[in-house]
Design a binder for this molecule. Structure first.
Ligand SMILES: [Zn+2]
Length: 329
């Protein structure tokens, strides 16, 4: 079977296609934004998943720690103290439910508020990196990408005081046309990546990418890819991991989606952002357009309740704990 997929265009980057053979072997030619094409292909390798003990967390709660205005509206804006207050809200809910989570912290946030990162570590949560600038990775050339990833790792490690080996790209910006970013991640010292959204979405995603944790490898590098939760019913894929769908779909759909993922023998990786726990945040930005305010704000009022219910319905933990539960190193 050969699947052909097109990735969305971005300024300065060429539109490329992915050829998937047997759903496993992705071959393509990647073109750098600066126009320096190079052949690049990867192999997707099975990881046997065995959940021997059902009392340990089967699903992971991950939080992309960023400041809404800087990450979504203006990359040049300073990081505001809102991110600290919003993370406090998340921690309150996690404490209430007795759950530890994985926090992918943006480098600029770690730089501005190192105490926040240190507190996460001290409280037993896992810390990973969420880029540095929040600019999309697919718009970067090789040198810019290397600098971005190295800076992301360094700033979060400096604040955390521990090694950081897990990564989530800003806005899932590893697409078909910049898969070589995985090689750069491995070269930078990351071992686990959770950046590929395994279905087509409006702004990101790779259609038909595999849904379970697997190794992505090529000559000279290997990285463990852990996609976020997508439930599948035959050829139909439903995103139940986070974002707008997660806020808007009836809770029963999210619940049965996560159940079906567990029943299919793989962990569900859920993601959220600290600002989603604050229904009043967007009111602080009167200059933001009504359309953006609506799309970003919808569903935030009930978000905390929804997450609390979810954490009480399933066994959740950090991504590291969950991977261990499923037999991964
Ligand atoms: Zn982000």
């Amino acid at each position: 079977m050969t699947a052909r997929a097109e990735a969305p265009t971005a300024e300065g980057a060429e539109l490329l296609s992915v050829e998937a053979t047997s759903g496993r072997d992705y071959r393509r030619a990647a073109a750098l934004p600066e126009g320096d094409p190079r052949p690049f292909s990867v192999r997707l390798v099975d990881v046997p998943l065995v959940s021997s003990d059902r009392t340990y967390p089967l699903h992971a709660l991950t939080v992309d720690v960023e400041d809404w205005y800087q990450s979504c509206v203006d990359y040049e804006a300073p990081i505001s103290g809102r991110v600290v207050r919003n993370v406090d809200r998340v921690l309150g809910i996690l404490d209430e439910c007795g759950v530890k989570g994985t926090f992918f912290v943006q480098g600029k946030v770690a730089e501005a508020f190192p105490g926040l990162v240190r507190a996460l570590v001290d409280e037993g949560h896992e810390v990973g990196a969420h880029g540095y600038s929040h600019r999309p990775l697919f718009a970067m050339n090789a040198r810019e990408l290397r600098d971005e990833l190295a800076q992301a790792k360094q700033t979060v490690e400096d604040a955390a005081g521990t090694p950081v080996t897990a990564f989530r790209a800003q806005d899932f910006s590893i697409l078909a046309r910049n898969l070589w970013a995985l090689e750069t991640l491995a070269e930078t010292g990351f071992e686990i990546d959770s950046s590929i959204f395994p279905m087509r979405s409006r702004n990101y995603g790779i259609p038909n990418w595999r849904l379970d944790p697997h190794y992505v490898e090529a000559d000279g590098f290997r990285i463990l890819e852990v996609p976020v939760a997508i439930s599948s019913f035959g050829p139909v894929r439903i995103p139940v991991a986070g974002g707008g769908y997660f806020r808007l779909l009836p809770f029963s759909v999210i619940r049965s989606g996560l159940r079906s993922i567990g029943a299919a023998g793989r962990p569900a990786i859920v993601y959220c952002h600290p600002y989603e726990f604050n229904p009043d945040e967007l009111a602080s930005y009167p200059a933001v357009s009504r359309k953006l305010r609506y799309s970003q704000g919808i569903g935030r009022g009930a978000f905390s309740t929804r997450i609390t219910t979810l954490l009480r319905t399933f066994t959740f933990g950090t991504m590291a704990e969950v991977l261990k539960t499923w037999g991964l190193p």
